[in-house]
Ligand binder design. Sequence first.
Ligand SMILES: *Cc1c(COP(=O)(O)O)cnc(C)c1O
Length: 493
Amino acid sequence: MQYTSTRDGQQAVLSSKCLLQGISQDGGLFVPVDFPAVSLEEIAQMQKESYGERAYRILSKYLTDLPEDVLKACIEKAYTKGKFSTPKIAPVRNINDNESVLELWHGPTLAFKDMALQIMPHILVAAKAQEGEKHDILILVATSGDTGKAALEGYANVEGVKIIVFYPNDGVSHMQKLQMTTQEGNNVAVYAVNGNFDDAQTGVKRIFTDAAIINELLAQNVKLSSANSINWGRLVPQIVYYFSAYADLCNSNTIKLGDKINYVIPTGNFGNILAAYYAKQMGLPINKLICASNMNNVLTEFIQTGTYNANRTFYKTISPSMDILISSNLERLLFELYERDATKVNALMANLKEKGSYAIDSEMVSKLNRTFYGGYASEEQTFKTIKDIYDKYGYVMDTHTAVAQSVYDEYLSKTNDKTHTVVVSTASPYKFPSDVVQAIDKVKMPESEAMKVLMRMGCIMPEQLMGLQDKTIRFKEACNKEDMPKVVLSFIK
Ligand SMILES: *Cc1c(COP(=O)(O)O)cnc(C)c1O
């Protein structure tokens, strides 16, 4: 399988190269030249398989330059019992006849980013060997909270790799900050950036295309790579669970093989939902992809009107991992919408850079709406949804999942679409305990107390959180966006 860039359709590189490089030199994102087909017969075979075997089926179609035994070893190291608290890895729970929840938070950091970041370091090391790469790899991460910890957890102490995580100073929860700043490992660093997530992300993106910094790093035997969802290595493992959930729904006789389903995805950087779109392109029977946003509803507006406008108030919400105004992965969807016209993508992205906005024409909006529905939830709706679902089904949802649920409820009442629908659950309620408990009990309490209430509600306390309060804080420094290059160079020296 070859990969090309969203800004230069002529490029063609192998997967190892795009994993190592992270982002294309022209500033574009790597995309596969086509989508390998998965037949219904193959999905039927997946029904009998473990998550790891399902992962091999999907990943081997994309990472074609990695030897079979190497890829299998990567999968085995990632999706195992020691790392995930259930052998199903990504279990599906039926809520009622019409709705299921896909739980993507049974990994080490209790959020869906583990699904990709547990395997990505291993495939990166494999790609490095494949390419005969002798430089050390420096991973730069901008995080709105969950990616940071998941990447640190995945990359800590991996040989030949170093990692620096930048998070917005006031944009992450107390628990998230604690998880990151106490990270162990001899190859890691964590910095707060004075600003919001977009500042941190823009700072990281700038470093990736700055020739002076790249050369200075090369002189130190270091090459840059990214763990953000712009890296193909982050996206490709996310395709797997959309197939896996479908196979599980067939197994439980919730649907019949070939039936279409909807997925509702709480969205920020557009990575998770893009992986679902890729699954659809590969042949997974999907009817609608429902894109759920919080008050930062730039994507809702885009899907409804075709105008992407990042010039708007930035809200800090109770679903902070979705507090994003520039959804990088949308560029990959535009590339497909415009039938791989890199010139068109370049023009739109130039508008975004210069004016903070762009618009697609009405024909493209209808094309987009054939697959995508966009909606958003206010903070009150999110709180109310957590309580409603708990009261009705005894099921506790985190704030991000509740945004998705709320948008699904709205979709259902507007369309009366009876297609079986899977709400993608991206975080454990233990990740945002104060807000979850406030939603249900109407009292605001500190995280440690709220966790005890969650335990009384029947949620199992994840081992990963025990003892976090007593860990030593290793990283206390904050920097300005402009100083990020300096920070990177001083870490390497
Ligand atoms: C990252 C994250 C999201 C958003 O996913 P994208 O791939 O950025 O759209 C949603 N929920 C949680 C809990 C997350 O950590």
